[in-house]
Design a protein. Structure first.
Ligand code: ZN
Length: 445
């Protein structure tokens, strides 16, 4: 699911929820050449992951073929549609679209040809004169001369409807009040309005949403980096952050709020605050927003994630402590695994050659041994940040060592990496015995 489609779904969802409407899901699967079951399953998964739970559906158009077939016949009876027997070969020779070759075939002749087994499509009898008007909620009144519209196909040779016929029939029968869709459909809307008129139905209100541009301009596509909901999920973005970010690509709550919960977005949403101008996708901002949403999650969320990662650890309070320490540093939830590893498993080697080159000296093993002995002296019940810090300070002062030259090598031995939360907090969390054990293996580094 492309993020553009996701944003369209988000606006439909927010609008339905904000106005007490029904957000229903309809699968427009009538183009059998493009039908792909995996793509359908991905789409359903992505909608669920985004939290856009539908109130009704999914309705599958492929299960409603009889309804569209009858609707097409109804238009033929009313004189608004006709059978077209032109072959693909003939149509390919036409340079300026369909030439209305079959528009005036007498009904008896059409009937005979159908009975003789000739293949046909059903086309709409677009008025040759006049104009068709509709009012787009974002762009205002749009008027199209009917002579610019072709006699569009309603029912294809395989008896499947086109998007035009199926969406009009369904939007009417499913009592759709508002159609919020991408602006690539804006040129089709006059045709849809003509169809509503021909059926004698009231058309819904239309709102065509502007495209999302790539940061450097042009359409946002896979070639230019992540562009689908699945891409961002795999990168470790929270669904809430992605929904929040996408909602603001073209809409604003009317104040300076940016980080919002789904409930806050619903409460603030209105179509009047959607901007008609195309907006660019700014992944840096999405990253920032993801961090904000991570910070807003309770520590227990990350404690539960850690529990899944380290099923052998029995210490419940440790999960919460590690969650507290790492949450402020996470940009992506996917970083939790790599960032938490040393809290639960001794590092096998130094994974940070740069920090090692900078801080490790020929005296480091000796220094670590001294501080290890100081830590051991602390009674278990007093093994706290204050006393851990005092142990390091004592070794520094009595031997004239700078804290960095003691703490950084100790960190490398305990964690295997040179960066992370405060060292005293880490040592307290890992515990005295394990830290002393790791420091005893300093020569392996
Ligand atoms: Zn024809």
């Amino acid at each position: 699911m492309h993020v553009g489609g996701a944003r369209t779904a988000i606006y439909n969802y927010l609008f339905a929820k904000a106005t007490g409407g029904t957000f229903y899901l309809r699968i427009e699967d009538t183009d059998r050449k493009r039908y792909n079951e995996d793509a359908l399953n991905d789409l359903l998964r992505d909608l669920k992951w985004l939290g856009l739970n539908w109130d009704e559906g999914p309705y599958f158009q492929s299960e409603r073929l009889e309804i569209y077939g009858n609707a097409a016949l109804e238009l033929i009876e009313k004189g608004h549609a006709y059978y077209c027997f032109c072959t693909e070969e003939r149509l390919q020779t036409l340079e300026h679209g369909y030439d209305r070759h079959c528009r005036d075939l007498p009904p008896e002749e059409a009937k005979k040809r159908i009975e003789a087994g000739e293949k046909f499509v059903i086309r709409f009898k677009t008025p040759l004169e006049g104009t068709t008007k509709f009012s787009d909620l974002l762009r205002g009144e749009i008027e199209t001369p009917n002579k610019d519209l072709d006699d569009l196909v309603l029912l294809k040779r395989d008896k499947f409807p086109t998007y035009h016929l199926a969406s009009v029939v369904d939007d009417h029968s499913m009592q759709t009040s508002h159609v919020l869709r991408g602006d690539e459909w804006i040129s089709s809307t006059p045709k849809h309005v003509l169809l509503y008129n021909a059926f004698g139905w009231e058309a819904p209100l239309f709102c065509h949403l502007p495209v999302i541009l790539a940061p450097g301009g042009g359409k946002l596509s896979k070639r230019k980096g992540a562009a689908s909901v699945g891409d961002f999920r795999d990168l470790g973005y929270l669904s809430h952050a992605l929904v929040n970010f996408l909602s603001l690509l073209g809409w604003s709550p009317g104040d300076d709020r940016e980080v919002m919960s789904l409930k806050e977005m619903i409460d603030a949403f209105s179509l009047e605050r959607i901007h008609p101008k195309a907006v660019a996708f700014d992944e840096k901002k999405l990253e920032w927003m993801n961090g904000m949403h991570i910070r807003a999650l309770p520590d227990s969320f990350f404690a539960d994630e850690l529990k899944k990662l380290y099923p052998n650890c029995q210490d419940e309070s440790k999960f919460l402590k590690v969650a507290e320490l790492l949450k402020p540093r996470l940009k992506f939830t996917t970083e939790l695994a790599s960032m938490s590893k040393y809290f639960f498993e001794a590092p096998e080697k130094c994974e940070d050659e740069k920090a090692k080159a900078k801080y490790w000296t020929e005296h480091s093993i000796e220094h670590i041994d001294w501080v290890s002995k100081e830590l051991e002296k602390i009674p278990n019940e007093d093994f706290c940040i204050k006393n851990i810090e005092a142990a390091f300070m004592k070794v520094c002062e009595s031997n004239g060592i700078k804290l960095g030259l003691l703490a950084q090598p100790a960190r490398l031995v305990i964690c295997g990496v040179g960066a992370g939360p405060g060292l005293w907090e880490i040592i307290e969390c890992i515990g005295k015995n394990e830290c002393v054990y790791r420091m005893g293996k300093a020569k392996n580094f």
